[in-house]
Design a protein around this ligand. Structure first.
Ligand code: ADP
Ligand code: MG
Length: 142
């Protein structure tokens, strides 16, 4: 397990950090994002998507859909936001296993809600607001 900590002083820096993480791990499929509302999880997802050839403008905070599928890039990317997930039954209905089997990239916001479904080979990203425009990003790679 390798842990790195960095701080960004603006949204574009967080986007760049996410792009760089994906660039360094082009084969990685599971990105588990943690952090409060407004920490930058969706922005981080945009950076990962961008590396995989997906227009980051299409990556948005889902209002009702918990899963957004982005095709048309180098790899299919599923953007999963578990903020509104209820019980384990709801979670199992999302079809996470099927997404994993598809060989797609999975980026999961509020990933701690996956519980036992968290994979050991996932990359963990914790985002923390230090101030209005500053975020501390802790990345754990298996
Ligand atoms: P989340 O998905 O975690 O709720 P978002 O990515 O939707 O968060 O929003 C993060 C917000 O914080 C955006 O409005 C962004 O412009 C702002 N922001 C300010 N500074 C930063 C920073 N250094 N890194 C990431 N986001 C930042
Ligand atoms: Mg979000």
């Amino acid at each position: 397990m390798k842990e790195t900590v960095e701080e960004t002083d603006g949204p574009e820096k967080t986007f760049a950090a996410a792009f760089e993480l994906a660039r360094r791990n082009p084969e990685a499929s599971f990105f588990y994002l943690h952090g409060d509302l407004g920490a930058g999880k969706t922005l981080f997802t945009k950076g990962i998507a961008s590396f995989h050839g997906i227009d980051p403008g299409r990556v948005t905070s889902p209002t009702f859909a918990l899963v957004q599928r982005h095709s048309g890039g180098k790899r299919v990317l599923y953007h999963v936001d578990l903020y509104r997930i209820g019980d384990d039954r709801e979670l199992s209905e999302l079809g996470i296993e099927e997404m994993e089997e598809e060989g797609a990239v999975l980026v999961v916001e509020w990933a701690e809600k996956l519980g036992r479904r968290l994979r050991e080979d996932g990359i963990d990203v914790a985002l923390e607001a230090v101030s209005e425009n500053r975020r501390r990003i802790t990345i754990r790679c298996p």
